[in-house]
Design a protein around this ligand. Sequence first.
Ligand SMILES: NC(=O)c1ccc[n+]([C@@H]2O[C@H](COP(=O)([O-])OP(=O)(O)OC[C@H]3O[C@@H](n4cnc5c(N)ncnc54)[C@H](OP(=O)(O)O)[C@@H]3O)[C@@H](O)[C@H]2O)c1
Length: 127
Amino acid sequence: MKVFVAGASGTVGIPLVRALVEVGHQVTALTRSPEKQDELRRLGATPALADALDAQALRTAVLAATPSHVIHQLTALPKEGPSSESDLVATNRLRIDGTRNLLDAAIRAGAQRFIGGSFGLLPGAKT
Ligand SMILES: NC(=O)c1ccc[n+]([C@@H]2O[C@H](COP(=O)([O-])OP(=O)(O)OC[C@H]3O[C@@H](n4cnc5c(N)ncnc54)[C@H](OP(=O)(O)O)[C@@H]3O)[C@@H](O)[C@H]2O)c1
């Protein structure tokens, strides 16, 4: 498969890219940071530079990758976790506008599947 991973440089994204490459998928790995491109190349992916909040730049990156599958692992939560409502502003924008931009780009690129992470809080659940 040709997989476009948004959030490829993150805690979830890096092992995800590694696992996809290991089983033979062709991976394009999104980051905003030119300095992270080498690490993504070392994982076996092709880096793509764009900000997910820039709809045009993201569309250009996704269209260039011609992905069959697009995976959403974007977040802008502080590394130590959110401690106030204001800590959620950036990630909420990314989840709303970033998701819309990524979905729009995936559709325009003709991707067959769009995979987005979700979560549920389960009070009392034991892990
Ligand atoms: N880590 C955990 O323990 C954990 C637990 C439960 C759920 N999750 C969920 O898993 C998903 C990924 O989380 P994570 O922990 O891997 O996040 P992370 O380590 O903070 O990584 C965030 C990723 O999002 C990218 N990103 C942020 N803003 C961006 C923007 N405007 N445009 C393009 N890319 C942007 C970053 O790329 P660059 O900075 O390179 O541009 C980076 O690749 C989230 O939905 C999160 O809620 C994570």
